[in-house]
Design a protein around this ligand. Structure first.
Ligand code: AMP
Length: 462
């Protein structure tokens, strides 16, 4: 947090009141930098992870700008926020509604996996802020449900994850139908060459903002490793939850199947738990999250993509039941705790089969994670003391993600629960042809998508 106040940043009273009602006293560093830049009408390129307060960083000035402008016409949109996942879309829309509650602006959220008709109806009167996932937005555009002649601002949120999920072609199609004169805000956890290439054709003389050095883990998060044999992980987790009296725990597994199995094991041990992943229907995911937030469920067992963007205030405890295949996901996972000023703890249950993954993580974060043996759960094979070997290590470029066992990264956590022709329309899983060029192949079996018709190319606006 900074010494600056929200009032110093030039926001209107309606927004200052909404912020005060949230209990925020000072802007976070990204807010202190992004808000004035957006208010000035500048393009922004911000390197910021979830947990830094980035959503309010773009939402507050966006609402300020829109509240002074013209009235939105039927089917038109004045500000478009694109997000990679349904959960993030829903949460951004929730923030827009929270911060904009004293303003007469309309916000809608659209994503795949649910019926398209109610979304088409809702867009008829025009929308000041539309939060959308790319696939569903294109479908709505194809069906003339949404028009962009009045578009003033475009926000790409979690752009790195959108590219990871293969949305680049959808994003390009959307950019092609937006009016060229607009303000662009690009948020991404990291700035890879791919993101910079995307930014080149997107932002104009942007203000660059970086609030966390890439690949650094949140300092407020206390981290530890519990070495344990693979088949003893579930009993160890139950013990940690019981002994620590943890009331709200987000647990990560590598696969959807693993998430289901673990939730069942916890429930069998009298610990309330719910899985959340891309094979669950939207209503099941929403319910699991609501139950977790209300305390009805103590443990939410999530896969990486499903968890991305989950906004849970002051989450005290994150557990890596499996280490992620991609070291950078570790940073994203533990970013779920210790958010915007709160402290948190992230523990990882690591078996000897995960030595390689542990080494990549320690190299990436340039830190040796403390090992803590739990009596009664000592592993039959020790983990290496340190992956860094005391040498100053160069962080290795993370490899292209391998196929997740459940095909999640390829099939997309945002895919529809039913096929394109099922009456629910398309979701936000990129089509097969789109990921083909990136060396990613879909695994056979679980997660294998249906063949989809190619979405026709939208015509650029006149
Ligand atoms: P975000 O990075 O946008 O996902 O925000 C992370 C969390 O920080 C959310 O739960 C926000 O409600 C909270 N937050 C955002 N801005 C502030 C602030 N200025 N002071 C305290 N909490 C904040």
């Amino acid at each position: 947090m900074t010494d600056t106040t929200f009032a110093d940043l030039g926001l209107s009273k309606a927004l200052l009141d909404a912020v005060a009602e949230q209990g925020y006293e000072h802007p976070s560093p990204i807010q202190a930098q992004a808000i004035p830049a957006v208010l000035e009408g500048r393009d922004v390129m911000a390197a910021a992870q979830t947990g830094t307060g980035k959503t309010a960083g773009f939402t507050l000035p966006l609402l300020h700008l829109l509240s002074g402008g013209s009235k939105v016409q039927g089917n038109q949109v004045r500000a478009l926020v694109l997000t990679p996942t349904r959960e993030l879309a829903a949460q951004v829309a929730e923030s827009v509604n929270t911060y904009g509650k004293h303003l007469p602006l309309r916000c809608q959220v659209v994503f795949g996996g649910v019926k398209i008709n109610p979304q088409m109806m809702a867009l008829r009167r025009g929308t000041d802020v539309l939060v959308a996932t790319p696939g569903r937005l294109l479908d709505l555009y194809q069906q003339n449900a949404v028009r962009f002649n009045q578009l003033e601002v475009l926000v790409l949120d979690e752009a790195d994850r959108m590219l990871d999920m293969g949305f680049i072609h959808d994003i390009k199609k959307i950019l092609a139908v937006l009016p060229p004169k607009r303000q662009n805000l690009l948020f991404s956890a990291t700035f890879s060459d791919e993101i910079r290439a995307l930014a080149k054709g997107l932002v104009n003389d942007p203000q660059e903002i970086s609030v966390t050095p890439p690949n650094s883990t949140a300092e407020r998060v206390e981290q530890a490793i519990y070495p344990v044999d693979k088949n003893r992980k579930a009993p160890l987790l139950c013990k940690l939850i019981d002994d620590g009296n943890w009331q709200q725990v987000l647990v990560f597994t590598r696969t959807k199947h693993g998430a289901n199995r673990l939730a069942k094991q916890l429930i069998a041990s009298q610990i309330t738990a719910a899985p959340i992943h891309g094979n669950k229907s939207q209503s099941a995911r929403t319910k699991a999250l609501a139950d977790f937030k209300s305390g009805a469920v103590r443990v939410l067992v999530a896969t990486d993509i499903a968890a991305r963007g989950l906004d849970i205030d002051q989450l005290p405890q994150v557990v890596n039941f499996d280490l992620p295949n991609v070291a950078e996901d570790y940073v994203h996972r533990i970013g779920r705790t210790g958010r915007a000023g709160a402290s948190g703890k992230a523990v990882s249950l690591v078996c000897s089969e995960e030595t390689k993954e542990l080494k990549s993580i320690e190299r990436l974060i340039r830190q040796v994670l403390p090992r803590e043996n739990v009596p009664g759960f000592e592993p039959s094979h020790d983990l290496p003391e340190s992956a860094l070997d005391g040498r100053p290590s160069k962080p290795k470029k993370p490899k292209k993600p391998k196929q997740h066992q459940d095909g999640q990264r390829q099939a997309g956590g945002d895919k529809p629960t039913q096929g394109r022709h099922s009456g629910q329309g398309s979701g936000d899983r990129p089509a097969q042809s789109r990921s083909g060029g990136q060396g990613q192949q879909r695994p056979a079996g679980e997660g294998q998508p249906r063949r989809r018709r190619r979405r026709p190319q939208p015509k650029p606006q006149a």
